[in-house]
Design a protein around this ligand. Structure first.
Ligand code: WT7
Length: 649
C-alpha cells in the first residue's frame, strides 16, 4: 500500500462534474435518503411511464428480492438512440477501429445507429423473436454487435453475449442454458492479424442444441462458411431489405435486459441477470461521472463486448449519455505495441479505459511506443479488472497520462452492473493501487471473514461486502434464484458478499486484495477453478485434477493445474501439450493452463477434500508457509509435490 496521493489539479477539479465538496454532499445524500437520491437521478433517462416506487429491496436470505423503479416503463434502445436524434442525429455515436490499421475506420452517427438497429430488430422479429425471448450473440468487435444488443433491447428480447474467444462447447452450454431462439454470429473474427472461425464454431455448438435454434450470420471478413438451409439466415441480405423503422417495445423497469454468464467458485458459469431501468441509470451515471465525460468527448473502453465492461462502458452507458464511444476490434500489440496510443492519437481520444494486464504487457515493450504518439487529447485514464500494481500505475501515469490525467481505478463486477469503488477524477485524490472510495449510494463494509462481524474501525482488513442495493445490481441467476441467494447472500447474512478480500486504510480508502474464493483472475477475466478441473478430468487420460491461481507477471494470476494421470499413462511433454489444447477446445484460450504439474497424488483430508490452500502455496513457491498438514490423509503427498515442483525449475 503506497501512501503517495495524487490530487486532481485545481483546473481539472474546477471543470469537473463533481469536485471534492460536491462528492461529499452527494454521497451523504445518497446514503441518508437513497429513495430521494435515486428518485431524482433515475430521471436522467427517459421513461415512458414514470416510476412512483423507487426502491424495493430485501437482502434477507431466503427472501432476497431486488427491484428499482419497478412501476416505471421504458425502452433501453430508445434511450440509447432515439432520444438523441433531434439534438445529435448527425453526431458520431460509434467510432469503429478495425483490427488492421490499414482498413478504414467507421464513424456511425446516431441516425445511422438508429437505422441499423431498426433493421436488425426487424430481421430478428421476422425470425420469430419477441419480448422475453433469448438471443445469443457470438460476434467479433464490430458495429453489428452493438446493433444486435440494441435491437434486442428494442424489441424486448434478452441478449446473452458469449465472448468470441470461447469454444463451441462453452457456446452450446450458454445457448442451452438460456434456451435461446437465435444465435447471431459472423463468418470470422479477426484479432491481432489472426482469424477465429466463429461460424464454424457455431456450427459445432449447434450440434448440441435444439434444432429449433436459428442462426443469423453477419458477413464480416467474407471467409468461407458452410450453410444449412432453413437454419442459417444471411444478415446482410435480410437487413438490406428490412425497414429502417421499428417501434420500441414498452418494457417494465424490471424486465431483463441481458444475461451474461460468469464463472463462480463452484460448478458451471451462472447467468447473471441485469434488468432494464436500474441498470441503465447506473451505467449512464457512472460513465458520465467516473470518467468526467463531457459533450463532444471521445470515450474509449478497450474491453470486449463479451464482458460486462463492454456492455456498460462501450454500449449502454456511453450511448445512454449521447456520447461518442470507440469500439476497437484489435489487440494492444498488433501490429505493434503502439497500437493503443496510435488509436488514441488518430481519434483524439479523451477518456481511455483499459485493464492492468494490458498496461503491464505494454510496459514491458518500452516507452518509445508511447512517446512517439501525440496523447495530448487524453484527459482521464481508467483501469479495471484486477488490482493494479503501483509500478504499472506509475508507468501509466507518467507515460500515457504524462502526469496530467487522473487515473480512475474502478472496482466492480459482472454482478454489480457498474463501478462501486472508484475515484471521481475531479474529486478524489488517488493512491496507486487503491480503488479509493465508494460511488454514490454504495455502502461498502469490511467483514471479519470467520465471524462475519462488521469491522467498524477505519483501518480494517477482511472481506468486502455491500450493505444495501444500488440500481445496477444483478437481480438473479437465470433460472436459479436459489443459487443467486446461496452465492451472494448466504454466508454473510444481510449483505451482498463480493467474494473479494480488501483492506481499508486510515483515510478510509479501499484496497482490493483479490478473490477469497476458488475463482482466479486471469488477465482481468474471471475463471472458475472448478470449470478448468472438470475440463481436465473429461480427458480420458486424466484421473484427477486440481487447479489454483499463482502470481503471473503479465496476467496477474496464471492457471496452475495439478494433474493425476490414469494408472497406466506416462506423463510426457506431448501429453502436457495435448492437455493444454484440450482445455482450450473445451472452454477457450483464456482457460489454457499456464503450468501443468504431474501429481502422483493430491493432498486430501481424511474425508477426501482437496486441500487447495496447500496447492496454492506450492504453486507460489512458498513452501515455508504450508500451515497445518496434520489433517492430511497422506502427508507424504505434499513432499512429493514440492519435490516435483522444484525439479521442474
Ligand atoms: C472481479 C470481477 C467488472 C469488470 C471486469 C471484471 C476483480 C475488478 C478490480 C479493480 C481490483 C478488481 C475483483 C472482482 N476486479 N476490478 N479495480 N481492482 N480487483 O469483471 O469478471 O465480474 O470480475 O474482478 O476480484 O470481484 P468480473
Amino acid at each position: 500500500m503506497s501512501d503517495t496521493t495524487y490530487p486532481p489539479s485545481a483546473e481539472f477539479a474546477s471543470n469537473a462534474h463533481v469536485d471534492a465538496a460536491k462528492y461529499k454532499e452527494m454521497y451523504a445524500a445518497s446514503i441518508n435518503d437513497p429513495v430521494a437520491f435515486w428518485g431524482e437521478h433515475g430521471k436522467r433517462i427517459d421513461w415512458i411511464k414514470p416510476y412512483t416506487r423507487v426502491k424495493d429491496v430485501n437482502y434477507d436470505f431466503g427472501n432476497v428480492s431486488i427491484k428499482w423503479f419497478e412501476d416505471g416503463t421504458l425502452n433501453v434502445a430508445a434511450n440509447c438512440i432515439d432520444r438523441h436524434l433531434e439534438a445529435r442525429g448527425d453526431s458520431t455515436a460509434i467510432i469503429w477501429e478495425p483490427d488492421n490499421p490499414e482498413d478504414a475506420a467507421q464513424h456511425i452517427t446516431y441516425r445511422e445507429l438508429y437505422e441499423n438497429t431498426c433493421r436488425m430488430a426487424n430481421v430478428l422479429k421476422d425470425m420469430g423473436v419477441g419480448r422475453g425471448d433469448r438471443v445469443v450473440l457470438y460476434l467479433p468487435m464490430i458495429p453489428e454487435a452493438a446493433y444486435a444488443m440494441l435491437a434486442c433491447a428494442r424489441i424486448g428480447a434478452i441478449h446473452s453475449i458469449v465472448f468470441a474467444g470461447f469454444s463451441p462447447d462453452a457456446l452450446s452450454a450458454r445457448i442451452n442454458g438460456c434456451q435461446a431462439k437465435v444465435v447471431i454470429t459472423a463468418d470470422e473474427a479477426p484479432r491481432g492479424g489472426r482469424k477465429t472461425a466463429l461460424k464454424s464454431n457455431t456450427d459445432a455448438a449447434l450440434l448440441h442444441c435444439s434444432d429449433k435454434v436459428k442462426c443469423l450470420v453477419v458477413k464480416h471478413t467474407g471467409g468461407q462458411t458452410t450453410w444449412i438451409e432453413g437454419r442459417d439466415h444471411d444478415y446482410n441480405a435480410l437487413a438490406s431489405e428490412a425497414a429502417t423503422d421499428c417501434p420500441p417495445e414498452e418494457m417494465n423497469a424490471e424486465d431483463p435486459l441481458f444475461i451474461l454468464y460468469t464463472s463462480g467458485s463452484t460448478g458451471q458459469p451462472k447467468g447473471v441477470v441485469h434488468t432494464s431501468g436500474g441498470y441503465l441509470v447506473y451505467a449512464a451515471m457512472t460513465q458520465e461521472l467516473v470518467f468526467d465525460y463531457h459533450e463532444g468527448d471521445v470515450f474509449w473502453c478497450t474491453a470486449d463486448v463479451g464482458w460486462v465492461t463492454g456492455h456498460s462502458y462501450i454500449v449502454y452507458g456511453p450511448l445512454a449519455n449521447g456520447a461518442t464511444t470507440l469500439m476497437f476490434e484489435g489487440v494492444p500489440t498488433y501490429p505493434d505495441a503502439s497500437r493503443f496510443w496510435q488509436v488514441c492519437e488518430k481519434h483524439k481520444v479523451n477518456q481511455f479505459y483499459t485493464a492492468p494486464t494490458a498496461i503491464r504487457a505494454l510496459m514491458g515493450q518500452g516507452t518509445e511506443y508511447v512517446s512517439k504518439c501525440d496523447l495530448s487529447s487524453l484527459k482521464v485514464l481508467g483501469t479495471v479488472g484486477e488490482p493494479i500494481n503501483p509500478e504499472a500505475w506509475n508507468w501509466y501515469n507518467d507515460n500515457v497520462g504524462q502526469g496530467r490525467c487522473p487515473i480512475v481505478d474502478t472496482w466492480w463486477q459482472t454482478e454489480t452492473g457498474g463501478h462501486l469503488l472508484t475515484p471521481l477524477p475531479g474529486a478524489i485524490p488517488t493512491k496507486p493501487g487503491s480503488a479509493t472510495l465508494p460511488f454514490f449510494g454504495i455502502e461498502p463494509v469490511v467483514l471479519e471473514p470467520e465471524s462475519g462481524k462488521e469491522i467498524t474501525d477505519t483501518e480494517a482488513s477482511g472481506v468486502l461486502a455491500l450493505k444495501d442495493s444500488w440500481p445496477g445490481q444483478m437481480r438473479t441467476v437465470w433460472g436459479d434464484h436459489e443459487r443467486f441467494e446461496a452465492t451472494y447472500f448466504q454466508q454473510y447474512k444481510g449483505y451482498y458478499f463480493s467474494g473479494d478480500g480488501c483492506k481499508r486504510d486510515a483515510d478510509g480508502y479501499y484496497w482490493i486484495t483479490g478473490r477469497v474464493d476458488d475463482v482466479i483472475n486471469v488477465s482481468g477475466h474471471r475463471m472458475g477453478t472448478a470449470e478448468v478441473e472438470s475440463a481436465l478430468v473429461a480427458h480420458a487420460k486424466v484421473a484427477e485434477a486440481a487447479v489454483v491461481g499463482y502470481p503471473h507477471n503479465i496476467k496477474g494470476q496464471g492457471i496452475y493445474a495439478y494433474v493425476t494421470l490414469m494408472n497406466d499413462v506416462e506423463p510426457t511433454e506431448e501429453l502436457r501439450k495435448e492437455l493444454e489444447t484440450w482445455v482450450r477446445t473445451e472452454i477457450g484460450p483464456i482457460a489454457k493452463p499456464d503450468l501443468i504439474q504431474w501429481a502422483p497424488g493430491l493432498p486430501k483430508t481424511r474425508s477426501g477434500k482437496i486441500m487447495r490452500r496447500i496447492l496454492r502455496k506450492i504453486a507460489e513457491d512458498d513452501y515455508g508457509a504450508l500451515g497445518d498438514t496434520s489433517t492430511l490423509a497422506d502427508p507424504g503427498v505434499v513432499d512429493e509435490l514440492i519435490e516435483n515442483r522444484m525439479n521442474r525449475g
